[in-house]
Design a protein around this ligand. Structure first.
Ligand SMILES: Nc1nc2c(ncn2[C@@H]2O[C@H](COP(=O)(O)OP(=O)(O)OP(=O)(O)O)[C@@H](O)[C@H]2O)c(=O)[nH]1
Ligand SMILES: [Mg+2]
Length: 194
């Protein structure tokens, strides 16, 4: 199953541009280049909808996508932690995100993406704690799983749970460009939340 009818609605720099209705939203969060746009493309079966960026971290806006004619929305957040952004842009990003995560009543859950090859860093921990503190349900996704060897696969959950100081019993969806099995899992998790 893929989500039919995905279309871009608008980009918002702050809460003045948010859409005023009660349609549920699911936000995508993760470091620059983790694979957020790729994931939106995969679950909507639409390779053009969220342009896979070649300049990591360039867009600094929340991008709203309507799914299935207002069944719910996906919200693509800018990737954080990109070395090329200025301090001012970084601050704008932090304000925009904390405003959205703490004030947005439409928000029903987060797809929290982590690059399988990397150890989660302090930026990831800040976002994770922000989600937990705002009681936003988290769907954790390890991207680029195809790039791991056997031993890296065996220790992936331990690496992630250690970084966040949480139990190894975490539910983790492993996503990869080379497979489609995970797509259904992500979609059914979204439907549990909206
Ligand atoms: N091998 C592999 N590559 C992937 C996978 N997912 C994404 N990529 C690649 O990773 C790069 C970044 O993907 P994007 O989807 O643009 O990442 P993003 O999180 O949207 O990046 P920003 O919008 O800049 O924050 C692209 O070259 C993708 O093709 C995956 O599962 N496996
Ligand atoms: Mg992107």
């Amino acid at each position: 199953m893929i989500l039919k009818n995905a279309k871009f609605v608008l980009s918002a720099p702050n809460k003045n541009s948010w859409i005023d209705d009660d349609i549920s939203e699911i936000v995508l969060l993760g470091r620059s280049n983790v694979g957020k746009s790729t994931l939106i493309n995969a679950i909507t079966g639409n390779n053009k909808i969220a342009k896979v960026s070649s300049t990591p971290g360039r867009t600094r806006l929340l991008n709203f996508f309507d799914i299935n004619n207002s069944e719910f929305r996906l919200v693509d957040a800018p990737g954080y932690g990109y070395a090329g952004v200025s301090k001012k842009n970084d601050k704008n990003f932090a304000v925009m995100m904390s405003e959205y995560l703490s004030l947005r009543s439409n928000l029903k859950g987060a797809l929290f993406l982590l690059d399988s090859r990397r150890t989660p860093n302090s930026d990831d921990v800040v976002i994770y704690n922000n989600l937990v503190n705002n009681n936003i349900p988290i769907i954790m996704i390890a991207t680029k799983y195809d790039k791991l060897n056997q031993s890296e696969r065996a220790t992936l959950k331990r690496k992630i749970s250690l970084a966040f100081g949480i139990s190894e019993e975490i539910e983790l969806i492993k996503s990869s460009n080379l497979e489609t099995i995970w797509i259904e899992k992500v979609i059914s998790k979204i439907y549990e939340l909206i």
